[in-house]
Design a protein around this ligand. Structure first.
Ligand code: FAD
Ligand code: NAI
Length: 475
């Protein structure tokens, strides 16, 4: 007789482990299955985000930023730092420690909430009485039954056809986060979020970085004015970004990689690099789930087909996070996980797709929520725009980081905030105020009337709100 659970979650990334905890809080008997292994072969829950995504990338961004500051920004503060060296092995070891702290934290949280954790690969076996039988292939094979199943199996890096990842020369996000030394020449394909974050890390450490992007526009999903400002800053840093290229043959040789491509002018170019990172998006992961056994619908990309509530075509089977439609973001996966657990409990779980923030953790950081100016134009919405440069913000001057701006877009008639776009210092933190404001359907005037601490970067958000009404006080 297999073990019975009210809820079985397949996948222990941000979507899965959070869904498991919320379901347990609501009084269900919950199992969470995750197959990720640490170097010793033990469980390492947290998924892509914890192991090879959000957390390790931010650890390396932090280390490389310290290095960059020591080399380029200390002097203006009167601090002399000569002979600054980067010990890459120590940087990677620190990153691994940060990852392990998060893995251990998740195991602790699952235990605290009485979620039964299974380390192994879960797959559908059959429809069972009152639910589904799931087989877990770990050290041994076990069989468990769940009345409700939540699929949270995440995504994998997309490879270029004909160029498999070897994680030695041709790297996905996994290899990009554990290089043993700084490559002299680093090439990246795709100037999206990973391309910019990983390109920044290794450039700050001294690599000569070239990013090849297929589209003719830089960061097409970002507000144009913000993307332009960011591009200027990246150019100044020496991050070489070539737009509108067509990547051809890639030769992975003993000494490195050669990327043949056609540039925007139509010229054939050969780019030699020591390492190549391919960051051209991710594909939903349903490998080995044996969805055929129960007739679960997948779309042509392999994503699990769900409705707005994360319900699949099968009663009692739900799916959340990167394996379904929508942005591939950890916080989106978490929100869906919570909402699904609450829906299973008969509550009204809710995810507001209009207020999901995006952050790119480069320097300057880029963050936004809501619609861009281009989207509002395309949607035919009459809007007012206000912006405030960090150059005019006292705290930014004191920090020595005055790149960028806060830009606010509000409805021309009602003044409701429709989008906030930031490029500049700590944009990742500043965006939270905009998310709260939009969630409460605040007007620009609401933000303009709220007292913001002085001196703080957040005063720029207030000033952008004032600028919507053409009455900035400090610019
Ligand atoms: P995942 O995190 O992918 O977790 C899925 C889990 O399921 C994995 O542990 C996997 O091993 C397990 N699994 C799969 N199939 C099975 C099976 N059959 N049985 C058992 N276990 C299984 N997002 C942000 O919001 N902010 C960031 O800063 C950010 N940075 C990123 C940086 C990089 C380099 C990358 C690659 C991604 C980043 N992301 C970031 C995206 C973020 O990592 C994902 O959106 C998020 O991890 C999705 O969560 P998930 O739970 O859907 O899937
Ligand atoms: P992405 O979708 O952000 O960017 C991929 C880029 O590659 C695009 O600009 C695309 O035009 C380009 N591209 C695609 N095919 C190409 C080709 N053949 N030749 C040249 N260019 C090509 O995907 P990325 O950077 O791989 O990241 C995947 C996802 O992971 C992100 O979309 C995001 O959801 C998540 N992520 C989030 C982060 C964050 O929130 N800070 C950080 C890193 C990843």
């Amino acid at each position: 007789m297999s073990k019975q659970f009210d809820v079985v979650v397949i996948g222990g990334g941000p979507g899965g482990y959070i869904a498991a905890i919320r379901a347990a809080q609501l009084g269900f008997q919950v199992a969470c299955i995750d197959e990720w292994k640490n170097a010793a072969g033990g469980p390492a829950p947290g998924g892509t985000c914890t192991n090879v995504g959000c957390i390790p990338s931010k650890a390396l961004l932090q280390s490389s930023e310290h290095f960059d500051h020591a080399n380029h920004h200390f002097a203006e503060h009167g601090i002399s730092a000569t002979g600054v060296k980067m010990d890459v092995a120590q940087m990677i070891a620190r990153k691994d420690t940060v990852v392990k702290q998060n893995n251990d934290g998740i195991l602790y949280l699952l235990k605290k909430n009485k979620v039964t954790f299974f380390h192994g690969r879960g797959r559908f076996a059959s429809k069972a009485e009152g639910g589904y039988e799931i087989k877990v292939a770990g050290k041994t094979e076990e069989s468990i039954t769940g009345k409700n199943i939540i699929i949270a199996t995440g995504s994998n890096a997309r490879a270029l056809p004909g160029t498999p990842f070897d994680e030695v020369n041709v790297l996905s996000n996994d290899g990009a986060l554990r290089l043993a030394a700084v490559p002299k020449k680093l090439a990246l394909i795709g100037s999206g979020v990973i391309g910019l974050e990983m390109g920044s890390v290794w450039r700050r450490l001294g690599a000569e970085v070239t990013i090849l992007e297929g589209l003719p526009t830089f960061l097409g999903a970002v507000d144009e004015q913000i993307a332009k400002e960011a591009k200027k800053a990246f150019d100044k840093q020496g991050l070489k970004i070539e737009l509108g290229v067509k990547v051809g043959e890639i030769v992975n040789g003993k000494k490195g990689v050669t990327v043949n491509y056609t540039n925007a002018k139509g010229e054939a170019v050969k780019l030699d690099a020591d390492k190549l990172i391919i960051s051209i998006g991710r594909v939903p992961n349903t490998i080995g789930l044996n969805t055929e056994a129960v007739g679960l619908h997948l779309d042509e990309r392999g994503a699990v087909v769900v409705d707005a509530d994360c319900k699949t075509n099968l009663p009692g089977v739900w799916a959340v996070g990167d394996v379904v439609r929508g942005p591939m973001l950890a916080h989106k996966a978490e929100e869906e996980g919570v909402a699904v657990a609450e829906r299973i409990a008969g509550q009204h779980g809710h995810v507001n797709f209009n207020t999901i923030p995006w952050v790119i953790y480069t320097s300057p950081e880029i963050a936004w929520v809501g619609r861009t100016e281009q989207q509002l134009k395309a949607d035919g919405v009459a809007y007012k725009a206000g912006s405030f440069p960090f150059l005019a913000n006292g705290r930014a001057r004191a920090l020595g980081d005055t790149t960028g701006m806060v830009k606010m877009l509000a409805d021309a008639t009602t003044d409701e905030i429709l989008g906030v776009h930031i490029v500049g210092p700590q944009a990742s933190e500043l965006i939270a105020e905009a998310v709260v404001a939009m969630e409460f359907r605040a007007s620009a005037e609401d933000i303009a009337r709220i007292c913001h601490a002085h001196p703080s970067l957040s005063e720029s958000t207030k000033e952008a709100a004032l600028a919507v009404d053409k009455r900035s006080l400090n610019f």
